[in-house]
Design a protein around this ligand. Sequence first.
Ligand code: NI
Length: 167
Amino acid sequence: MDIVYYGDPVLRQVAEPINEIDDEVRALADGMVRALTLKKGVGLAAPQVGVSRRLIVVDLEAEDYFEIVVNPEILKTSDEMVEGNEGCLSIPGSEAEVMRHETIWVRGTTLDNETFEFEAADWLARVFQHEIDHLNGKLFIDHIDEAKRLQVLKEFERVKREEKAEV
Ligand code: NI
């Protein structure tokens, strides 16, 4: 599965909820896990492989956390905000400091159709906010100021040119 880049309209769509966990959803999850592992990323949302459905994969080795989450939603957020470095596989090239809620409460469903709720803090909370943003057509560059956004997009254009040159 190829990663879809910034500029593709699918990244700006609000993704559809998944009503049934069938073979198609499982195959989508498999493909996403492979794509994420290949790119050594920490999180991936289905729109990033061109599928506008509410499915994310989070793989945070540092926190020993791996989960495929169907229909993830943020139930509650802490008032406290923290700044941290973020990048995105759909806008490769550079990273930026982004403000996120320090702690969030998440509800989601596993591929075995079990619904769970949990509290995430720090890095894990950041990754979940970033990936759930993707399901709502939002990107990390929407959270940063104009000057920084232009810088990130300039680096992204450079990466795209380099990739084209390699082909
Ligand atoms: Ni992203």
